[in-house]
Design a protein around this ligand. Structure first.
Ligand code: ATR
Length: 290
């Protein structure tokens, strides 16, 4: 890497940030394309978030990814937000346009692009169950809803959160059947038997910790079981689904495609996703992404 007086900066803001695999993923693309840019990790405590955001303007940083725990709180420090962010309430990408900071969310795009690429799945007319009702769930819901599925069930441990998410989306997408339910094995059976896709957006199963009790046996054999966690690459939920002969979809593709869309927003260049995938896989296998 040759840092010069003209080198531009990209990066990621999070707390903690030491295990993120976005730097190797983006730097692999930057190197391959021969760009004079470097992508850096910035560990920012919540109490310093506003200073850090002002630093993006002050230092002329080209663009930033936002990760846990800042995705929602960062919104109030930005100059503009995209239509998607208005619905999702969370930002994962900031573009610095001549000092004007614009917040985007590329997570949902990353998710549906990966489903299309890996399984040729299109949400149109489908019945979908989303497990979880946090920021990640809302990002995915937004991207799925615009594809006109027949029904989306939001299942969450805290039912009030699912109810409030469903209320917002019902107003925005009146032609889709939405329902909020409690995550409970027996309750879910009724919905699983007709589902085309179930998506785990909760943190259960990350680093192999915890098992989400879900009635996978009730799913039709053609259903897809999807998990947005990429460490481990195969979560306990996906292992169980595989044993039952169901189609599975892991989280690495979402990570890659959300990164590619962010890269395009910052540079205008289509990132070679094969290069991103190779670098991301290498980083996960050597212990990153925790
Ligand atoms: P993110 O931005 O990654 O979505 P979040 O907004 O904190 O993070 O949401 C985390 C999701 O995982 C929530 O749906 C949460 O359920 P609650 O709303 O009930 O907190 C879900 N979650 C986390 N731990 C869980 C567990 N042990 N069992 C079931 N759901 C869990």
């Amino acid at each position: 890497m040759n840092i010069t007086g003209k080198t531009k900066i990209l990066g990621i803001l999070g707390y903690p940030v030491n295990h993120t695999i976005s730097p190797p993923m983006h730097n692999a693309v930057i190197k391959m394309l021969g760009l004079d840019i470097v992508y850096l990790p910035f560990e920012v405590k919540p109490s310093n978030l506003q200073h850090a955001v002002n630093g993006i303007r002050g230092l002329g940083i080209l663009g930033i990814n936002i990760t846990i725990p800042h995705k929602e709180t960062v919104v109030k420090f930005l100059d503009k937000i995209s239509e998607e962010v208005k619905l999702i309430g969370a930002v994962n990408t900031i573009v610095n346009k001549d000092g004007c900071l614009i917040g985007h969310n590329t997570d949902g795009y990353g998710y549906i692009t990966s489903l299309k690429e890996e399984l040729n799945f299109s949400a149109k007319g489908k019945k979908i169950v989303i497990l979880g009702a946090g920021g990640a769930a809302r990002g995915i819901l937004t991207a799925l809803a615009v594809k006109k599925p027949e029904a989306i069930i939001v299942a969450n441990r805290t039912i009030a959160r699912a109810v409030s998410v469903v209320k917002i989306f019902k107003e925005k997408f009146p032609n889709i059947k939405f329902e909020a339910v409690y995550i409970d094995e027996d309750m879910l059976k009724a919905y699983f038997q007709y589902a085309d896709l179930i998506v785990n957006t909760t943190s259960v199963g990350m680093k192999k910790k915890g098992i989400l009790k879900t009635p996978l046996e009730a799913l039709p054999k053609t259903a897809i079981v999807s998990d947005i966690i990429y460490n481990p690459l195969e979560t306990p939920l996906l292992e169980r689904a595989k044993k039952l002969g169901l189609i599975t979809h892991g989280g690495l593709g979402m990570l890659i495609h959300q990164g590619a869309k962010s890269f395009k927003l910052w540079t205008g260049i289509d990132a070679p996703t094969k290069v991103m995938r190779k670098a991301a896989l290498k980083a996960v296998k050597s212990g990153g992404g925790k």
